[in-house]
Design a protein around this ligand. Structure first.
Ligand code: AMP
Ligand code: MG
Length: 405
């Protein structure tokens, strides 16, 4: 019995295991999910410092018109050896520690600079242009929680706290197996009726995009011995993804061989379009995804089912893409019964609203529509019509840009 899109995704996420934790240098952790909660062990900034190039002053000296002598100079990276005396100022550069005694910084542009003295031009308030120790982060603050994706911002914070290594979950090693007698690799000479294996490179790219490691196993022919040999190899990986050979019309050799190896099938067939014959099972601790062979179906089912599974395995707490409400600019028709994974074009209109339309011919044979799409709308299984102006949920593909900003 085919199951619903949402049941299928939930069963997958409930089933896949999480991978082991390893400690890696900070930069190797970028783009991965951190596996530990980070509690700050020190203050940021570590010391009071100047936010501007200017003069460290005593606020009580700074009545506009007052002339004050400059008695010292502090670049960033140097510490004053003595406090600033009342009635004097010290020239400080951005980032320089505030010398003791001073309680504000007056920027160059707010005073008149002459030889060894300045004239105050504006009122100064206590604390002006000082970055106080701990105003950003205090010791004991819980700053990053386990499962967070480490973006450059988090890397900056971790580096500031001198965390040269962090723990993350292992990158999933994902075996990719194309199947089909008609297939040939792109660098092999063309034969009549041959179809280039584009699924292996596209799946490998999709795997790599989320920080997992693809292992391409090439092409298995539609016969039991070849499938057995390659599937056996694939089951050594953390995850096996196959393409083709699972459609209802096929001899279902992929599923047959997986079952021979003792895979526990969790479902076969989802009430979706495209991607209907997708199968999922577990071989010991190895999730196995059998995706349909049509290149558009392969990538869309990867996007909606395999990608979240891999992120979960690698310890991400957020595994689904953000949904945005978008306004349909055109009516859409579909057959009821299956959820449609619609490739959509997105645009921001003059009022700043997110506008969605079909990215083109939704036939699964049309790869160009996937190339032209910025994202996906999931059209509810039971519906058959969506009116122009209706709001629907969409999600973007990773690196897509939306026109109109
Ligand atoms: P199947 O799922 O075996 O019925 O295949 C569906 C369609 O996808 C057929 O037109 C296949 O030739 C095509 N196809 C299957 N595998 C691949 C692949 N690895 N790369 C490109 N096209 C494929
Ligand atoms: Mg086939």
């Amino acid at each position: 019995m085919p199951i619903s899109f949402y049941q299928a995704r939930q069963q997958i996420l409930d089933t896949v295991p999480t991978l082991a934790i390893e400690t890696v240098p900070l930069l190797d952790a970028a783009g991965r999910a951190i596996a530990e909660d980070i509690v700050a062990s020190q203050s940021l900034p570590a010391f009071n410092n100047s936010a501007m190039d200017g003069y460290a002053v005593h606020v009580e000296d700074c009545i506009p018109g007052t002339v004050l002598p400059v008695v010292g100079y502090l670049p960033a990276g140097e510490t004053a050896s003595s406090p600033v005396k009342l009635g004097t100022v010290v020239r400080v550069m951005t980032g320089a520690p505030i010398p003791a005694g001073a309680d504000a910084v007056i920027p160059f542009e707010d005073c008149k600079e002459e030889e060894d003295q300045i004239t105050i031009l504006r009122l100064v308030k206590k604390g002006d242009h000082i970055r106080w120790a701990g105003e950003d982060i205090r010791p004991g603050d819980q700053i990053i929680s386990a499962g967070t994706l480490l973006r450059p911002a988090e890397i900056s914070l971790l580096a500031s706290l001198r965390l040269a290594t962090v723990s993350v979950r292992r990158r999933a090693r994902v075996a990719i197996l194309a199947t089909g007698d008609e297939l040939q690799e792109m660098d092999e000479p063309h034969f009549s009726g041959g179809i280039v294996n584009s699924n292996s490179p596209s799946l490998a790219a999709a795997v790599r995009e989320i920080g997992a490691t693809p292992i391409t196993l090439g092409i298995a022919r539609d016969n039991l011995p070849d499938l057995r040999e390659k599937i056996k190899q694939g089951l050594q990986a953390d995850v096996l993804v196959t393409s083709a050979g699972v459609s209802a019309g096929d001899r279902d050799l992929v599923r047959e061989v997986l079952e021979e190896f003792g895979m526990r099938e969790i479902f076969w067939k989802i009430k979706i379009k495209p991607g209907h014959p997708t199968a999922f099972g577990m071989h010991d601790n190895t999730p196995v995804f059998s995706l349909p062979g049509n290149p558009v179906s392969t990538l869309l089912t990867f996007e909606e089912f395999v990608r979240p599974a891999l992120l979960k395995m690698m310890g991400h707490h957020s595994v689904l893409r953000t949904l945005y409400r978008a306004t349909l600019s055109e009516p859409l028709k579909k057959k009821p019964g299956r959820l449609q994974i619609l490739r959509v074009a997105l645009q921001i209109n003059q009022d700043g609203e997110l506008i969605v339309s079909s990215a083109g011919d939704q036939n699964t044979g049309i790869l160009r529509t996937l190339v032209n799409a910025q994202g996906i709308a999931l059209l509810a299984a039971e519906r058959d019509f969506f009116a122009a102006g209706e709001k629907i949920d969409v999600h973007l593909f990773g690196a897509s840009t939306v026109l109109g900003y």
